[in-house]
Design a protein around this ligand. Sequence first.
Ligand code: HEM
Length: 236
Amino acid sequence: MSTTAKKFDERARGEFAQFGTTRVHPGELLRHPVYTRFLHWSVAIFFILSLLSGFAIYSPWLFHWITPLFGGGPRTRAFHPWFGLLFEVFFLFQFINWVAPMAWVEADRLWMRRMRRYVTNEDRVEADDVGFFNAGQKLYFWAIVLSGVLFLITGLLMWFDNLVGRWVVAVSYVIHDLAALLMLAGFIIHVYEGTAHQPGTFRSMMDGTVTERWARTHHPAWYRAVTGREKRQEER
Ligand code: HEM
């Protein structure tokens, strides 16, 4: 990432601290500062608005109950590209904010080989080399990056359909819908992982903190890096 983007991100993290509080009590660790939480929830809001309005446009018959939320069919159609654009803008900042810890490393290749054990909850504790994000979280992030690029290109082509050929618009519809399906699948898994599957994770996006026990369990290498301590003997 360029130094300018990095500097911008560091400044934003500092300045956003005044708009919210993050209290880290004994036995807890700071996971997501105010700026990251602001970006995450802005991305989430505009993603959900895009998804709902997109569904209503895709199948007005099946999703007729959605359009009144946006003031009727024509308004839903008019709002959708703007919700999408705002999703893209906030995700661009989120990308800058998270691209460093999302880099793919050797530990992620090993995590992928153990994925079945993760999904079936065979291990009580993650492997020692799992850092700030695990490979599953990184995959989700990079899937959003890919879908984000596809949404933007195909969305603009459909929005300004008078400037391009009919077949370009037709192909754009298909790609746009496939990207939406990928995002929807990822979103469902993500909400499950961030809430029911891993208790103690959701609060990291609310008050910014997690317990040390949570960090030792799910991200041992990150726990070691921030505390300088090893895992507890009884948790091995
Ligand atoms: C509305 C329901 C949502 C909930 C409950 C939720 C919850 C969370 C939580 C708790 C984390 C922190 C995980 C950690 O620190 O390990 C997180 C991270 C993240 N969220 Fe969400 N989120 C939601 C919606 C979204 C949406 C709509 C997107 C993007 C389209 C998104 C993208 C991400 C990404 C990329 C991460 C970092 C990687 C990961 O943890 O998977 N989230 N989310």
